[in-house]
Design a protein around this ligand. Structure first.
Ligand SMILES: CC(C)(COP(=O)(O)OP(=O)(O)OC[C@H]1O[C@@H](n2cnc3c(N)ncnc32)[C@H](O)[C@@H]1OP(=O)(O)O)[C@@H](O)C(=O)NCCC(=O)NCCS
Length: 179
């Protein structure tokens, strides 16, 4: 079955649809992951959210990026990236990711990090970061910590603790203060 789809910037009207895609792709357990500590109280980076749409404008996939600092240096956390389950394997995920990466580069970001499957994200140039180079605010599987340099050598000097680049709205998980 051939499906026509296209990619466009995410707009405010997409919020519920994107939440549904992420629920479908990751389930409610995603909020407990360390990467989500970096998203609490922070809006996704403006201008770097993209959605894939199909017939009638229906949402088929979404990618967002969050602003982070790594050892004081601005960077981005890629994700969530999710594609509607019945439409996977058509290149929508890679196209969303590459569109977002290009926009991040144009916006002047030098690096992107994520926690995910290396064999998938390597298709967009991500590679595993040396163990212990960066520290997430909670446990992560170090073999899944990946990075992409948007400028030559930009990953080589990136190291240290990862934190939120800003706080838009103070939200604490389980009442705990956020560092
Ligand atoms: C991961 C995801 C976004 C991929 O979207 P997609 O539109 O199917 O991806 P693409 O069509 O661009 O790429 C498909 C290819 O990637 C491979 N692939 C998909 N997920 C993969 C993974 N987790 N690890 C390794 N390879 C993967 C597929 O096998 C396929 O390979 P092929 O081209 O050799 O057939 C989608 O499967 C999804 O939403 N999954 C649930 C949420 C999720 O796990 N997000 C990523 C977190 S690591």
């Amino acid at each position: 079955m051939s499906v026509h789809w296209q990619i466009r910037p995410e707009g405010p009207e997409d919020a519920d649809g994107v939440a549904a895609l992420n629920d479908d792709g990751f389930g409610p357990g995603r909020f407990a992951k360390s990467a989500y500590r970096l998203r609490e109280g922070v809006a996704p980076e403006d201008g770097l959210g993209f959605v894939a749409t199909g017939e009638g404008g229906v949402l088929l996939g979404s990618v967002r990026f969050w602003p982070i600092v790594v050892g004081g240096e601005p960077s981005l956390l890629l994700g969530p990236l999710a594609v509607k389950s019945e439409l996977r394997g058509r290149g929508i995920g890679i196209a969303l990711m590459k569109t977002g990466i290009d926009a991040a580069k144009t916006a002047g970001f030098k690096t992107i990090l994520l926690v995910g499957d290396e064999s998938y994200y390597a298709r967009a140039g991500f590679a595993r970061l040396p163990a212990e180079r960066v520290r997430f605010p909670g446990p992560v599987d170090k073999t899944r910590v990946l990075g992409l340099a948007l400028q030559p050598g930009a990953l080589d000097t990136l190291s240290g603790s990862i934190g939120r680049a800003r706080i838009d709205e103070p939200v604490a998980a389980c009442g705990a203060p956020l560092g």
